[in-house]
Design a protein around this ligand. Sequence first.
Ligand code: ADP
Ligand code: MG
Length: 212
Amino acid sequence: MSLGITWTTDWITESARVVAEHRVELVTLDRAIGDGDHGENLDRGYTAVMAKLGDLPPDSVPGDALKLVATTLISTVGGASGPLLGTAYLKAAGAVGKEPELDGDALVALLTAARDGIVLRGKAESGDKTMIDAWTPAVEAAAAANAEGKSEAEILDAAATAAEAGAVATEPLVARKGRASYLGERAIGHRDPGAQSSSLIIRAAADAAKGA
Ligand code: ADP
Ligand code: MG
């Protein structure tokens, strides 16, 4: 089984739903170590995405949908997370190209390109207490699951579980990038909002695959 445009639009729809559901939680996390807008930023962005998703032509491929998310997030989300996640979706779109169906290798390429896009844009390394601390474990777990010959749904489930653990693991860290880096040791004990939202988005990919 491979994953096509239906999975991709389901993933986007589920991402919008969970971001809205967790808006207050993401705002609360960002209030502790940032400026308190992360949940609003992402909710605004994904709401704008959902308004455009229905305009995708019927013959669209996964890359087309990912590109739509990219341009919409970049143009509607103020704050660091818009350009960062926008670049992630843009690079993910580039990685899958015109492929109508994504197998395990393509999913690993998609996730890797997304992570690399965030690094290209934001220059964060693992352990800097950013969304990268969710994405990099997700990429590694997806690659490992794919190497073991797991199904697409299992690969995404492994990625999501690793991203969730990665988000939790940002709690004891001092931030070295973004607004939280101004806080020094005062950031210790708080989960990074971007790592948390990225774990929600990657879990949404796995949940969309379950239904596929
Ligand atoms: P802002 O910080 O501009 O208010 P948001 O609140 O929407 O933007 O997003 C904050 C999140 O962005 C942080 O929790 C962190 O995960 C992520 N972030 C900030 N700077 C970087 C960076 N240079 N690289 C990767 N992620 C970053
Ligand atoms: Mg913020």
